[in-house]
Design a protein around this ligand. Structure first.
Ligand code: KE4
Length: 429
């Protein structure tokens, strides 16, 4: 009989670390990754048949729950007409029209097959548009695996102690300047020390890859003013926050308009999609109209577009985000209350359907504060919850993800598991 352990042992013989994305390897929490056999609604089942309430949601895409009937039907219908054409397809236009309708400053879109491609292309576009080489990012923010962005990055790069990846030439990395999230003076200092050389600032507007960190009031307004003053483009990387904290992403919540936005995850509904969006005057610097080359064999793939359109239909329903945000808020409030009841220093918070849980008595407000978490206690909590059938992202520096499929029953089961886990921890277990 196939077990998680036997499948992991087998996978490691042919896949690096047994996985195709580093964060899946459970290196930040220890133990054996679960090999998922199927998923439906708020649940996943591993190869041993154990059921979990899914707060991973494929790291964000599955906001309407796993295997939603309407998304599956759209994928089946599209697949019956062919899987990939390498030629324009009307569904690409339709999904781009949806994005342009939601984000007023987005006049043109380019789809890619991943968030990495989207942010990598956005950086190249900013450099091509401004004629400048340097970019500013924030320590702990993660924007995928493009070389320029794997400098003091978050997510698995941070969790595994390689925030700046090996293999990036120093001559390349030197163009990436690193500031501190929620610290405007650190950004201003970089602009002043590199006057006229900064092409863009790229930021997760609500950080999710150093765990969920809220922007301080005025932070993004300050970024916006600095970029405008110094002729640099402001790029909101909304791959995680887009269509998750609100239909209009973090820019709707914050009321700040970037020059370029990158998207992914939810707009693919579980299929590979990324996107760049912005004003025609900037976007049309990209090939075939301009000199910034960008392309991709499966970009705008009809199956991915169909899954994305079906997901957009569902999340665009009136009241969708109010309901999901209220349920997610009830969950995180219940977790914080359960921890307090057990005398365990643990806090949880949420914005829309994006949540953070910290082994800390308050919600961290900076990269430095996130680092003061009790990681060993997180690991203990993680495995206690997993044993109770609650699947959280396997890292203390990742956000977790709620869906419209998570109802009262799932919230109650999760809070019962949290109370039991905190009781074990406070009892020294
Ligand atoms: P992808 O290349 O993984 O599709 O997207 C990269 C990316 C870009 N920008 C933001 C804000 C992101 O969160 C991501 C990817 N997020 C991680 C989760 N922290 C994906 C999980 C993984 O690496 O397997």
């Amino acid at each position: 009989m196939s077990t998680n352990a036997s499948e992991f042992e087998r996978a490691q013989r042919v896949l690096v670390g047994g996985v195709n994305s580093a964060v899946r390897a459970f290196r930040a929490v220890g133990g054996t990754p679960r090999f998922i056999a199927r998923a439906e609604g708020a649940y996943m089942w591993d190869v041993e048949g154990k059921r979990y309430i899914d707060y991973l949601g494929s790291w964000g895409p599955m906001i309407v729950g796993q295997a939603h009937p309407k998304v599956l039907a759209a994928v089946r219908d599209a697949a019956a007409l062919g899987l990939s054409f390498g030629a324009p397809n009307v569904m690409e236009t339709e999904l781009a029209e949806r994005l342009c309708a939601i984000f007023p400053q987005v006049e043109r879109v380019r789809f890619t097959s991943s968030g990495t491609e989207a942010t990598m292309s956005a950086l190249r576009l900013a450099r091509g548009f401004t004629g400048r080489d340097k970019v500013i990012k924030f320590e702990g923010c993660y924007h995928g695996t493009a070389d320029s962005l794997l400098v003091k990055a978050g997510s698995g790069a941070l969790a595994f102690g390689t925030p700046t990846s090996a293999g990036i030439p120093a001559d390349f990395a030197r163009h990436t300047l690193v500031a501190q999230f929620n610290d405007l003076p650190s950004v201003q200092a970089l602009f002043e020390a590199n006057s006229g050389e900064v092409a863009c600032v790229i930021v997760e507007p609500i950080a999710g890859n150093m765990n969920l960190i809220r922007p301080e009031p005025g932070f993004h307004e300050g970024l916006r003013a600095l970029c405008t003053r110094h002729g640099a483009l402001l790029i909101f990387d909304e791959v995680m926050t887009g269509f998750r904290v609100a239909l209009g992403g973090a820019q709707q919540v914050l009321g700040v308009t970037p020059d370029l936005s990158t998207f992914g995850k939810v707009i693919g509904g579980g299929m590979p999609v990324g996107a760049i969006g912005g004003p025609a005057a900037i976007m049309e610097m990209m090939a075939p109209l301009g000199g910034v080359y960008q392309a991709g064999t499966l970009s705008g793939n009809p199956i991915a577009m169909a899954a994305g359109l079906a997901t957009m239909d569902l999340i665009s329903q009136p009241g969708f985000f109010d309901a999901i945000a209220a349920n997610c808020a009830r969950l995180v409030a219940g977790i914080s209350a359960a921890a307090a009841e057990a005398g365990v220093a643990c806090t949880a918070q949420s914005i829309g359907a994006m949540a953070g849980l910290y082994m800390h008595d308050t919600a961290p407000r900076s990269f430095a504060e996130v680092q003061t978490q009790d990681v060993e206690r997180f690991k203990r909590f993680y495995h206690l919850m997993m044993a109770e059938g609650i699947y959280l992202p396997p890292s203390p520096v990742e956000a977790f993800f709620f869906s419209s499929a998570h109802g009262e029953a799932e919230i109650d089961l999760t809070l019962a598991a949290a109370r039991k886990s905190f009781a074990t921890i406070s009892g020294g277990g």
